[in-house]
Design a protein around this ligand. Structure first.
Ligand code: MTE
Ligand code: MO
Length: 301
């Protein structure tokens, strides 16, 4: 029996979601505080979407170091040892070194933020991440004048990451941001979801979240952060430059060569999960469009 698509979208379905939500502030009745005001808070509260379930968020994702199937990370990532995790911070910084997650995040206040996080495969989820602004960490490191980009690298541990045995990508997984993107208040280093420690399959113990870019930009299980003055190597651009650019901004008007990016499937919606129109910059246009003023987003995709 053919399934007929029915347009049953409501206004709330297509309106940008809240930018991010700080539950402690809401509970304290302090909505509209400096933190929320800092990035606008325009849609705050009124069109809040329900977060996906913990189960959805942790059972359907990509982490190729544990296999290329959507269920592989949940099945295989338990072998990653996250105790004693260290991150090298180097390149154009005042305080290069090797830091534990605790040292790197010492004194920072953990926020709870809800993002609609989406991926290049055209699916989306609403995820209550917790963690810190990447900016907080970069400020601690002391970014030198002249640095223009931030490069990130995932752990490369063949004994703990069975997917590394196959040359699907040029390992280790690497990603990068322009410095102004990295310093944006929406860009975070996440250490958990739903207030619990980050599950391995989601990038324990610490991963990037860039809510206006496709999912693959948000690199997991980071072991190195390097400040540089040159555009960094990024794994998906290296694997297929025609399909994946350095910027990877969510742009419904720019089709991926093999599929439309105009709509997305909402995970958790069941067998006939509805598709919703994809929004420019994933709905964060007001907050981030100015970063790309004067750039042709069809060329810099
Ligand atoms: N190290 C690493 N990070 C990665 C990936 C990966 O394969 N390896 N996959 C990316 C892709 S394609 C997506 S869609 C997201 C999915 O994970 P999440 O649902 O936990 O955000 O992780 C991104 N980060
Ligand atoms: Mo993805």
């Amino acid at each position: 029996m053919a399934f007929r698509w029915k347009n049953n979208l409501t206004h709330a379905d297509v309106t940008p979601e809240p930018l991010w939500l700080n539950r402690r502030q809401i509970m304290a009745g302090l909505a509209g505080s400096a933190a929320i005001g800092a990035i606008g808070g325009a849609a705050f509260g009124q069109d809040a979407l329900e977060p996906n379930s913990y189960e959805d968020i942790t059972s359907y994702n990509n982490f190729y170091e544990f296999g290329t199937g959507k269920g592989d990370p949940a099945q295989n990532a338990h072998t990653l040892i996250t105790e004693g995790w260290e991150i090298v911070v180097d390149g154009m910084v005042e305080n290069p070194g090797t830091y534990s997650v605790a040292q790197l995040t010492d004194g920072l206040t953990e926020e709870e933020r809800i993002y609609r996080f989406r991926c290049v495969e055209a699916w989306s989820m609403v995820v209550p991440w917790n963690g810190f602004e990447l900016k907080d960490i970069l400020d601690k490191a002391g970014v030198q004048d002249g640095a223009k980009y931030v490069a990130f690298e995932t752990a490369n541990r063949p004994d703990q990451m069975p997917g590394l045995r196959r040359p699907v990508l040029n390992w280790p997984y690497r990603e990068g941001l322009r410095l102004d993107e990295a310093m944006h208040p929406l860009t975070m280093m996440a250490t958990g979801i739903y207030g619990k420690p980050m599950p391995n399959q989601n990038g324990a113990p610490i991963r990037l979240v860039v809510p206006w870019k496709y999912g693959f930009k948000s690199i997991k299980s980071i072991v190195r952060i390097t400040l540089t003055d040159e555009e960094p190597f990024t794994s998906w651009n290296d694997a297929n430059a025609r399909e994946y650019g350095f910027y990877s901004n969510v742009n419904p008007n720019k089709d991926h060569p093999r599929w439309s990016q105009a709509s997305e499937r909402v995970i958790g919606g069941g067998l006939f999960a509805k598709r919703i129109p994809t929004l420019m910059f994933n709905g964060y246009e007001d907050q981030v469009a100015s970063l790309y003023d004067g750039m042709d987003l069809n060329t810099f995709f």
